[in-house]
Write a protein that binds this ligand. Structure first.
Ligand code: DGJ
Length: 749
């Protein structure tokens, strides 16, 4: 039993393997939050709190005449608003009488076996974990607005999920203006916030900021989870690092706008709230109506950031990703986007297939431009019919010919969008989100379809169903290339326009659900102008997401590094592209590009007919190498061995969970003349085991280095886990253009 209720103390305690979480029903019926941190057995943690008479922090009526209990100073599980707690809050609303107050008291709770699900929204699921669910009901005794606080407990995985269902049990209409998924009060400590900001082609950059006596907000108001911030945030002890210290993770299972706020209050207690973006949000609740928030995945690590990342990696892989390709090896693909952009014909695609198959590539993905009048990015979106001027032989025949060459076939779509220059828009202009009387805001000359409308989804489903049922398509890249503006639906009444952005996401999920249910064997890769929707919502339907439109391996390092804090490499779409790189003009070797792309789903995005014979040979070797280490890379424990951009090289490692092998990856980002000796300390090995070192790739790191610069060679073919983890492996002199190597360690005794 991981959820324990004690009537005498009023405590409800959740235990995971290494953490405990506790709330308590106080004698007055407040739901106090008492603890979340390292596991503590059988204790009423409310002793942590002393009640003082705090000036200007008022007292709720039921404690009268005491002046020592205040909602403004109490750690609470899900605070209300407008009744004496002035801190950031997870809920706000307008009651039917116009008042704004919401004041919760405990009503009851229920503990159930199994994991809850949420109507209309994706959420994590029990993968044989023996998960449990706790539902705590709190209500406003005057308005009868009720919140069901829902918790999912995955004891072995150190994960607690949270969601909230707000129910209007009163008589009048309530307008919700904020409905967050969680609130967490941490009454002690000095904390930093680590968040993952970015921009197009430079997503999920790591930034660490101290929390202080002001409200910090991380979020997206773009209708997508966004390039600019990710719905995953870590709050870490100021001294916490990869292997030491306390940290909390919060990840929203949602693909639209979101908000996380953090505030250190007057008594140095930290409050965190997270949920749906509320800036353009309102939700109409008639009597009896309910609103469900998306889920937040929380984890606590008492031993640093690496452990926190491992908790998320396992959970995303096993309890968020679904379907045939959740654990199965995904095909190594070649995508034609950077090879041809819009300029291709069926002959060109067949030529790419001819060149790719002998290299060991397993699937050809036809990207943007195969439909309607899509000869540039100004037209055609919405017209999901094959352009037979480009694909003269027809799609079915093209796929058959590609299959005959031994390759699977995948295709790109961007269902949620429409160009004004398209048959679809000419027929249904009102299907696009636009505000009456205003000219639309365009991005890439495209508008956003109103995904909340069933007829829009039915049209899209019909087109996708037709494509997938009549053609042997085994992969779909689902793109979405803009932030949403003009959030106004022609089909919704004036007082429901605040619902449009959330209803859009509900519609998107409904469509994705229909497609994955009816075409379970098709692998979907999420994409949003690169990684603008890299989130656990999309991962519930597609086990991989195109990480970024930046394929420069050196810039990719910080993107994949930042992404790795919350998401496993099995989710990160990564390709080897051409050199010089199309985004930066940088030259890198195919070897370095391969090493970086292998720490992801691995594929190619270039014209193979332009490759040298030497590069083709190297690709063949890369594919053999990737397949050989596939399990280790995709399912092993991922270790960040360097802090990004702090040194002249970056290093990361995959280690088998049982310590039997490891794969070290190193890229020199700023080669040095006369370099200092650098020792890379490995992680996750067995201390007293002996490891055989396969250093055959090292020659690529020193290639071209004049012999007089090389060290006298020291033969190190075997080292103990102790030596590798405590003293490290000595890096040789890096020479050339961003040299890189992989090194394999195998336990031999
Ligand atoms: C953005 C994606 O991220 C690219 O990979 C490519 O598919 C283009 N869209 C096509 O328009």
């Amino acid at each position: 039993m991981s959820i324990i209720y004690k009537k005498e103390s009023g405590t409800i305690t959740i235990h995971t393997k290494n953490s405990s979480y506790q709330m308590r029903v106080t004698p007055h019926g407040f739901l106090q939050h008492t603890y979340y941190g390292r596991r503590i057995e059988d204790e009423n943690m409310s002793y942590l709190f002393l009640n003082y008479d705090r000036a200007c922090s008022g007292n709720p009526d039921e404690v009268y005449p005491s002046r020592k209990i205040s909602l403004d100073t109490m750690a609470q599980e899900y605070p209300g608003y407008g009744v004496g707690d002035y801190r950031i809050h997870p809920i706000s609303l307008r009651n039917s009488d116009g008042s704004r107050a919401v004041d919760f008291r405990y009503v009851g709770h229920e503990i159930k076996e199994g994991k809850y699900s949420i109507d209309g929204l994706p959420s994590s699921y029990d993968d044989g974990d023996g998960a449990e669910t706790l539902i705590v009901t709190i209500t406003d005794r005057v308005t009868k607005v009720t919140a069901e606080l829902i918790y999912g407990v995955f004891e072995e995985k150190d994960i607690i999920t949270r969601a909230v269902r707000v129910v209007n049990n009163g008589k009048g209409t309530v307008k919700l203006t904020r409905a967050f998924s969680m609130s967490l009060d941490i009454p002690y400590g000095k904390w930093d916030m680590i968040h993952f900001h970015g921009k197009h082609a430079f997503e999920r950059q790591t930034e660490r900021e101290p929390l202080g006596h002001l409200v910090k907000t991380v979020g997206s108001a773009r209708g997508t989870s966004s390039h600019q911030e990710n719905p995953f945030v870590i709050v870490a002890d100021r001294n916490a690092c990869e292997d030491f210290g306390e940290c909390y993770g919060m990840m929203l299972v949602y693909s639209g706008g979101f908000k996380l706020q953090a505030e250190v209050d007057q008594f140095d207690s930290t409050r965190l709230v997270m949920g749906l973006q509320d800036e353009q949000f309102s939700w109409h609740l008639d009597a009896g109506d309910a609103f469900s928030t998306p889920e937040v995945i929380m984890s606590f690590s008492g031993s640093g950031l690496t452990k926190l990342s491992h908790n998320y990696h396992k959970f995303i892989r096993n309890n968020i990703c679904r379907g045939k390709y959740k654990l199965a090896r995904r095909p190594i693909l070649i995508n034609n986007w950077e090879a041809t952009y819009f300029d291709f014909t069926d002959e060109k695609l067949l030529q790419i297939a001819d060149e790719a198959a002998p290299l060991g590539i397993e699937m050809l993905v036809l990207d943007d431009g195969w439909f309607g009048e899509r000869n540039s990015d100004n037209a055609g979106l919405g017209d999901w019919f094959v352009n037979e001027k480009k694909i003269k032989c027809g799609l079915k025949s093209l796929i058959e010919q590609i299959n005959a060459k031994g390759l699977k076939f995948g295709i790109w779509i961007e269902p949620e969008m429409v160009n004004e220059d398209s048959e679809l828009y000419r027929k249904h202009p009102d299907w696009a989100l636009t505000i009456p009387g205003r000219r639309p805001n365009r991005t890439r000359n495209q508008l956003v379809l109103d995904m909340a409308r069933p007829e829009v989804r039915d049209y899209l489903y019909g087109r996708i169903e037709d494509l997938l049922s009549n053609n042997h398509i085994e992969y779909v890249k689902w793109d979405m290339n803009r932030s949403i503006a003009d959030a106004y639906s022609a089909s919704a009444p004036e007082d429901r326009q605040g619902e449009v952005l959330h209803r859009y996401i509900l519609g998107l999920y409904e469509l994705m659900d229909r497609i994955t249910t009816n075409f379970p064997d098709v692998l979907i890769e999420g994409c949003s102008g690169g990684g603008a929707r890299f989130d656990a919502g999309i991962l519930s339907y597609s086990p991989q997401i195109w990480c970024s439109d930046d394929t420069d391996p050196i810039k990719r390092l910080s993107i994949q590094y930042g992404t790795s804090f919350g998401y496993p490499v099995s989710t990160m779409g990564a390709h080897v592209s051409a050199s010089p790189n199309h985004q930066t003009g940088r030259d890198t070797t195919i070897h370095t590009r391969g090493i970086v792309a292998m720490s992801g789903t691995f594929g190619y995005e270039l014209d193979p007919s332009k490759l040298s014979d030497q590069d083709k040979e190297e690709i063949k070797e890369q594919i053999v190498q990737f397949k050989k280490h596939y399990d280790l890379i995709q399912n092993g424990l991922y270790y960040r061995l360097t802090e990004i951009k702090k040194d002249y090289y970056e290093a990361w490692e995959f280690a088998a969970e049982d310590g039997s092998e490891a794969l070290l990856n190193v890229v020199a980002t700023d080669v040095q003349p006369n370099p200092a000796l650098m020792h890379i300390r490995l992680k996750g090995l067995e201390s007293d085991a002996v490891y055989e070192i396969d250093d055959s790739d090292l020659k690529k790191y020193t290639e071209g280095c004049p012999p007089y610069l090389l060290a006298d060679s020291v033969e190190v073919k075997r080292l103990t886990g102790d030596a590798l983890m405590n003293a490290g492996y000595t890096l040789p002199w890096a020479f050339g253009t961003y040299p890189a190597f992989q090194m394999h360690f195998k336990k031999v005794k």
